[in-house]
Design a protein. Structure first.
Length: 381
């Protein structure tokens, strides 16, 4: 069991060290939020609350079933959520280790060994089932993020069309504007922004799928600012002679970076009752207006927050990672699990507030930024 958990810790350590260093996560700053503090506040919530939901869920659905469900377009939970939950668990654990070291005490994982074995085995099965190649992360497979079965990506490909430059222009503008809105709605976090592929189509052509999976929800206290937007928007692109490099959370970098002249087919859709519906230009203009209005309201909301809320709100962001999992539970059980989880995340944010407020940069973020060794310690038992 110890060897299996340590193997998983090592995989996450290797690939997230590269990701965190590449994005310089410890130095992220915002005029609106305490980004490093809220990240660790959310991680504490995951560390202290995710296991009961997964135990309930695995009693009614297997990890394989959950992974297969993630192989569909624009569904939550997805690969982003399970990946974030597990790496957040490791960040909070590292924070605990560093706090204990600072206090002159020793850390032991003995009390959590069974829990960690359960969670990381579950995550392993979900991730390697969701991906077509049986890997955890893009860095293990030429920076790829292949999820869709061949019949699924072929069916989606058949919905795409050749468009004149004027239509490509508003497709690009709509996706860019909604992506920026999504980032703000999620408190300057990438939750809900996910890309996958490349799916080979022959003759140097590949399909890229770009998803915005949550443009509104009913869990954030600031959700009232959003009206009239679809839950999800999806854009599909067939690109010729373009390299795609995906990161661990579904971000994508294209080479060449300006690849508009290499777009052969394109399509942009909103999700309505689980179906993809083409977005026409008139609908796009309506969505742009609604996103702009909601964005203004969100700025007013966030600018009024005090320093405590700018830090503690991270707990709700991370509870939202878990929401898609508890919603897979049947009937009343989902509602009860959700209420218990939210209460737990809020309790975690209260319990760790003074600790995080006292640290200009959380111990774990400083450790990730500066340590020359592994950013996640192997088990200490």
């Amino acid at each position: 069991m110890i060897e299996a958990v340590n193997r998983e810790i090592e995989v996450y350590e290797i690939h997230f060290r590269k990701f965190f260093r590449g994005e310089d996560r410890s130095n992220l700053r915002s005029a609106l939020f305490n980004v490093p503090g809220r990240l660790v506040a959310g991680c504490w919530g995951d560390y202290e609350n995710m296991a009961p939901v997964f135990r309930q869920l695995l009693a009614v659905a297997s990890a394989e079933q959950i992974g297969h469900r993630m192989k569909r377009i624009a569904l939550r939970p997805g690969v982003f959520q399970i990946t974030c939950l597990l790496v957040s668990y490791l960040i909070a654990r590292q924070q605990q280790i560093l706090i204990e070291q600072a206090n002159g005490s020793s850390h032991s994982d003995s009390g959590r060994l069974q829990e960690m074995a359960f969670l990381f085995e579950t995550g392993l099965v979900i991730l390697t089932t969701a991906r077509n190649d049986g890997k955890h992360f893009p860095g293990e497979a030429s920076d790829s993020m292949p999820l869709l079965p061949v019949n699924e990506h072929q069916a989606f490909f058949s919905r795409l069309r050749k468009h004149p430059p004027s239509e490509l222009s508003w497709h690009r503008r709509l996706m860019a504007s909604l992506t920026a809105f999504n980032f703000l709605f999620h408190g300057e976090m990438r939750d809900g922004i996910f890309n996958h592929g490349p799916y080979p189509l022959g003759n140097g052509r590949y399909l890229l799928v770009k998803e915005l999976t949550e443009l509104h929800n009913d869990i954030f206290p600031w959700s009232h600012c959003v009206r009239g937007l679809p839950t999800a928007v999806v854009r599909g692109l067939v690109l010729r002679d373009v390299e795609m490099h995906f990161d661990v959370l579904g971000g994508v970098a294209l080479q060449p970076t300006d690849a508009d002249d290499r777009i052969e087919l394109d399509g942009i859709f909103e999700v309505v009752d689980g179906e993809l519906v083409d977005i026409k230009q008139s609908r796009a203009e309506e969505l742009l207006k609604r996103a702009e209005e909601a964005q203004s309201l969100l700025y007013e909301e966030f600018l009024g927050w005090d320093n405590e809320r700018k830090l503690r709100y991270g707990a709700m962001l991370h509870a939202n990672f878990l929401r898609g999992f508890w919603e897979l539970l049947p009937g009343q059980e989902a509602q009860q699990a959700g209420a218990a989880a939210i209460a737990g995340y809020e309790a975690s944010s209260r319990m760790h507030f003074e600790e995080l407020r006292a640290q200009q940069l959380p111990f774990s973020m400083k450790h990730i930024a500066e340590t020359e060794g592994p950013i996640f310690s192997p088990l200490i038992c």
